[in-house]
Design a protein around this ligand. Structure first.
Ligand code: FMN
Length: 451
């Protein structure tokens, strides 16, 4: 059977700020990668759909280019390509350039599935979510020509004819939409399909969750992995209280400024600095802990933070979402009592974890020269860094308002930059400082002498 791949690459890449087909993916363009993958999977012809006026594709691309008028939808591209299919076409693989990191193996598995009886559409599935490329028997694909029909309609029309192929490659589902997706893709090419570094770049705090619980085995795995972070002098001065009980979780939320994502998430982790076990160790050996030591307080707090960051990353690597909760320090004594913490233990921060139900715009970070210095701190760059941080904050606000209708249900100022926000938070009569003015006394009551 003749198989033809159609590669829709007619968009302007407005969110990416670049033509996606021509993105550099580790020395080769996205379109070259897709075309090579198609040929590696034994596809006979590749039709690349470009908009009128788009930049030229790389020379010697083993594909036929079809030009469509600018401004159309993906379905228009598919219809235009559909008209050019050779008569003996039996199967069509729709392979958007966004999914350039999908491997030939996935395409082969889709085509093998499509050859099974009663299968007219084969889709790859990553963690339960369908993606691309999608393979169609030519008769099913022809339905796209019916006006108004899009790929999704074909899939939904008759689920009995659809089969899925499970894939461990996140790029069947992830799009190359934004610059951070591109960065993650380049990282992925340097590592595994979803490398740790790529995962870090994709971090976002999630503040809405689906209700499904996390299995105990997953909770244990995540915390066990997280505690393998480095620990000062092997003191392991941390502990984690995993709150699942709805009543206790509600009370945690109340003590953490009423944050509703704590109520909603199936799990709220209290990440604690914990000198209790060292105090017990000292007692066992006839001495007592130097709990007044600021150094020991700092070591325990740093240890807990390292575990916490590891925990968030581990959760994200397993497809979960998380948000750290510094508001756990609003009422440390009350929170400690609620969670039954022994002396010498306090909650450094909390963390909501669950299956995310939101899709926040990534916040990005200030320009790297504000953070990374070589050999010597270079403060001459600070002004430029603040300007860059302001611009990044405003760009995030514009995108959040346009794409998500605001942040937590409210429009965000597109004028205020990062510096102005920091000045309001931490300069002059800072509410943040005022709100935590009792913190040192409360930590002392919890058994941290703080010098
Ligand atoms: C220690 C710590 C405490 C935090 N506390 C809260 C919190 O109480 N509530 C909240 O919604 N987000 C909290 N955050 C999340 C930050 O607001 C978030 O990381 C930051 O705005 C950057 O956004 P991003 O994580 O989506 O990149 C906290 C983050 C850290 C590291």
């Amino acid at each position: 059977m003749r198989t033809v791949a159609i590669v829709p690459a007619a968009g302007r890449g407005q969110r990416m700020g670049a033509d996606k087909a021509l993105l550099d993916l580790g020395g080769t363009t996205a379109i070259e990668r897709v075309v090579a993958t198609c040929h590696a999977a034994g596809i006979d012809d590749v039709l690349v759909v470009r908009r009128d006026g788009a930049a030229a594709l790389p020379a010697q691309l083993a594909a036929t280019t079809i030009v469509v008028p600018s401004g159309g939808e993906m379905a228009d591209s598919l219809r235009a390509a559909g008209e050019q299919l050779p008569d003996d076409t039996a199967a069509v693989v729709v392979f958007p350039v966004d999914h350039a990191l999908v491997e030939a193996e996935t395409v082969l598995a889709l085509l093998a599935t499509l050859a099974q009886p009663d299968c007219a559409i084969a889709l790859p599935l990553f963690r339960g979510r369908p993606g691309h490329p999608a393979a169609f028997a030519v008769e099913a694909f022809a339905e796209i020509e019916a006006s108004g029909s899009v790929l999704r309609d074909l899939v939904r029309k008759d689920p009995a004819r659809v089969r899925v192929v499970a894939s461990a490659n996140p790029w069947v589902h992830a799009d190359l939409d934004h610059p951070e997706d591109h960065r993650a893709a380049v990282c992925a090419l340097h590592g595994e399909p979803w490398s740790t570094v790529a995962q870090m770049f994709r971090h976002r705090s999630h503040r809405a969750y689906r209700s499904e619980p996390l299995p105990q085995s997953q909770i244990e795995r995540l915390v066990d992995a997280a505690r393998h972070a480095s620990t000062s002098s092997f003191i392991q001065a941390y502990s984690v209280v995993c709150v699942r009980d709805a009543e206790v979780k509600d009370q945690c939320a109340r003590l953490c400024a009423g944050q509703q994502h704590i109520v909603q998430a199936p799990v709220f982790f209290a990440v604690c600095a914990d000198l209790h076990k060292i105090a017990a160790a000292c007692g066992r050996h006839g001495t007592s802990i130097q709990a007044q030591s600021f150094e020991l307080f700092l070591q325990a707090t740093v240890d807990a933070a390292l575990l916490g960051q590891n925990l968030q990353l581990a959760a994200e690597a397993e497809g979960l979402g998380a948000c750290m909760i510094g508001a756990a320090r609003n009422h440390p004594v009350q929170l400690g009592a609620l969670l039954g913490l022994p002396p010498h233990v306090y909650v450094v921060f909390g963390m909501t974890v669950g299956h995310p139900a939101d899709d926040p715009v990534p916040r990005g970070r200030m320009p790297l020269p504000g953070v990374l210095h070589f050999d010597r701190y270079d403060a001459t760059r600070t002004d430029a860094v603040l300007d860059g941080a302001d611009a990044g904050m405003r760009a995030w606000a514009v995108r959040t308002n346009a794409e998500r209708g605001g942040y937590q249900g409210r429009p965000v100022s597109e004028v205020k930059g990062w510096a102005e926000r920091m000045a309001a938070m931490w300069g002059g009569s800072s509410d943040y400082v005022a709100a935590r003015s009792a913190l040192v006394d409360e930590l002392k009551r919890l058994g941290f002498g703080l010098g």
